[in-house]
Design a protein around this ligand. Structure first.
Ligand code: PFF
Length: 478
């Protein structure tokens, strides 16, 4: 393998980059929506438990694989599984991660591109007056515009990744994350001036009833939001210094991700409770909430909305960018490690290949019939092929919907399951405990490690098994 491996220059650099990966559209777009759908408090509580009991141990498991092997997911799992049951077969986890990175980045770049357009619209509305908002269907159906926006976003992502770990990704996230946090604090403070703020807080923090649907949704979302199950944390962990603490860093990353998701809810729900008319007309889509409902509220009801609206979309764009960087890095690190290509060549090849798929996604929301109506097993309305479409893709159509579906329902849970089984049952616990620095004075795994191991061996596999079973039975997590 190649020369000296690039490293994060500090433990904070790693935490900010990894938190940047975790904090993204999932926090600003998906979490508030599913919390709203699942009636607030009870759901938030269950979500916090899922994140602490399942998400955090898997995050530690991923980071420890990467740091120990000092390699990207495929070679990392090859190295770590040497001589162990299953052997090289475990590297399938790495390959699945690379495919998942490609799939997620393809559609994520399209949605991320919407933040650029919303930002430009808001600047225009702030200067020239609000004209009632944009026709969302017309916007997403505009092929050239969609492809152009995704192109801009993908290019910025590629340039940062080309800069390397300490010189590109770390430098960028050291700017993006503090700005993002600053904007969020500003927006949260502003929401406290709205009449609906106290109702929003009560909605979020008063326990409410939750059903099995909510429980599953909380579990499923914890993978996407923490960037787990596809090797992103293995990749970032592989650039971590020997002396940095994986346990402390993971706790910091999880806390930041959760805090930001809750802050996003406070911002959105304060607005929703202040403007009941918008609340009732909120569409059935999360995209509707973020890109249509919010601008309307910023401009029609909020005195300082003119200022906050463009700033809000800077926040969305920055959050998305720190995530797209990590998605691309998963693919790039494989090319650098396995084929020993230069970073510039690896990034150019990976980014342009993924952009081809982004184009298909960008054209699949009404712009081109073929992409918008595409079903993997054809258009049959009954019979075997129809059953396949139904079982694997919930009978969805359209490139972007299908990619989103595949990632959240199949790749992340299955990848997460394999990682938890590998670290829980296959990798000798002494190695994990040593890497996590969780040994007692006699050199044996300490109590905290035993608790982690219990989750990795039993709780996480059971929970993920439940998700996978429900997906097979027709549940949808995308
Ligand atoms: N965690 C990101 C979000 O919540 O938007 C999505 C994501 C990024 C998933 C990077 C996976 C990943 F590797």
């Amino acid at each position: 393998m190649s020369k000296q491996r690039d490293q994060w220059s500090s433990s904070l650099g790693f935490i900010l980059a990894a938190a940047g990966s975790a904090v993204g559209l999932g926090n600003l777009w998906k979490f508030p929506y599913i919390t709203w759908e699942n009636h607030g408090g009870g759901f938030v509580l269950v979500y916090l438990v899922c994140i602490a009991v399942i998400g955090m141990p898997i995050m530690m498991a991923e980071i420890l694989i990467g740091r120990r092997a000092q390699a990207s997911p495929v070679p990392a799992l090859e190295k770590m599984s040497k001589g162990l049951p299953g052997g090289k077969w475990w590297s399938v986890v790495g390959w699945m991660g690379v495919i998942a990175g490609l799939v997620i980045l393809s559609f994520y770049a399209v949605v991320a591109g919407w933040s650029i357009s919303s930002f430009i619209n808001c600047i225009n509305w702030s200067l020239n007056g609000f004209d009632g908002g944009q026709d969302f269907g017309g916007f997403v159906g505009n092929g050239p515009l969609q492809v152009g926006l995704a192109f801009v976003f993908s290019t910025v992502t590629a340039f940062i990744v080309m800069g390397g770990i300490s010189g590109g990704i770390e430098k960028a996230t050291k700017v993006l994350m503090p700005v993002l946090l600053g904007i969020l604090v500003l927006l949260v403070l502003n929401s406290f001036t709205l009449d609906g703020a106290s109702q929003a807080l009560a909605f979020l923090f008063t326990p409410s009833a939750i059903n099995s649907h909510g429980l599953l949704e909380a579990l499923g979302h914890s993978f996407f939001t923490l960037s787990l199950g596809m090797g992103a944390m293995i990749t970032y962990g592989s650039y971590m210094g020997r002396h940095d603490s994986i346990v402390k860093s993971s706790i910091a990353i999880v806390l930041l991700d959760t805090l930001i998701a809750i802050m996003a809810c406070i911002i959105m729900f304060s607005i929703l409770f202040t403007f009941p008319q918008v609340r009732d007309s909120m569409g059935k889509s999360t995209a509707g909430m973020l890109f249509v409902t919010l601008p309307q509220m910023f401009y029609t009801g909020m005195p300082a909305g003119k200022i906050f609206a463009p700033i809000f979309y800077v926040l969305v764009g920055f959050a998305a960018l720190s995530s797209t960087i990590s998605l691309l890095e998963v693919v790039v690190s494989l090319l650098v490690d396995k084929l020993e290509w230069t970073r510039i060549k690896s990034t150019s090849v990976a980014a342009s290949t993924i952009f081809v798929f982004s184009t298909f996604c960008a054209l699949s929301n009404g712009a081109v019939d073929f992409f918008s109506g595409l079903k993997p097993f054809g258009q049959a309305t009954e019979g075997f092929l129809f059953k396949l479409n139904e079982t694997f893709f919930a009978n969805k159509a359209g490139f972007m919907n299908l990619f989103d579906h595949m990632a959240s329902n199949w790749f992340l849970p299955v990848g997460g399951m394999l990682i938890t089984l590998f670290v829980g049952w296959i990798l000798p616990s002494r190695i994990s405990a040593e890497e996590l620095d969780l040994l007692d004075e006699n050199g044996n795994p300490n109590k905290f490690f035993q608790v982690l191991l219990f989750s990795l061996r039993f709780l996480a596999p059971l929970a993920i098994g439940y998700i996978i079973m429900m997906v097979i039975l027709g549940r949808d997590f995308s």
